[in-house]
Design a protein around this ligand. Sequence first.
Ligand code: TMP
Length: 212
Amino acid sequence: SGHGEGSRGSLIVLEGLDRSGKTSQSSRLVSFLEGRGVPVETWHFPDRRTSIGGMISSYLANNAQLDDRAIHLLFSANRWEKRSLMEAKLKSGTSLIVDRYSYSGVAFSAAKGLAIEWCKAPEEGLIAPDMVVYLDILPERAAERGGYGNERYEQLEFQRKVSDNYHDLSDSTWKIIDACLPEEDIQTQLRSLALECITGCRSGKPLSTLWL
Ligand code: TMP
């Protein structure tokens, strides 16, 4: 069925606390969309495969210490180094399901006490998502999932602050899904939101940039 010359893909971002289920929900969503013949890829930030990503990875594993602002800028640079590829994919009609984006960047760094406005500044000019889906879970419930590993941020007190920051960053355009629903139900909601978003973008909605 003709998608029309020049129809672009959608940038769909999933956000949420550690252990909210983003990664498994986004990979299921991508399989579903592929099955429907939608050109789609799953992306994840931080992208640990680049050299900047390697620095981020050793910081998260507590193998390297970095100033709070320096690591913030590395997370941001890790998005900037993928920006042109992201734009090319979207313009060629591929939709991207992105597990974490600038909102993680701001919510996590601001949880260390950095000012929100300072944290937002280096993200300005990145491609704005067409839709942000927030998998909503109380920090206490996420911690109960037992999956907190040894990474730097996987601690309840810290996740509480991150959660507050996400709530400050969110606006009426965010789609909120209760992350404590059965996995099937979350997936069902996600699929219909994604299809609706992808259809809307095909019909000509232009790309825009952060911050909206
Ligand atoms: P991950 O577990 O999704 O790979 O993310 C690793 C950690 O990095 C996670 O605790 C969230 C955090 N993070 C930031 O602090 N800033 C960012 O910009 C991103 C994308 C993630």
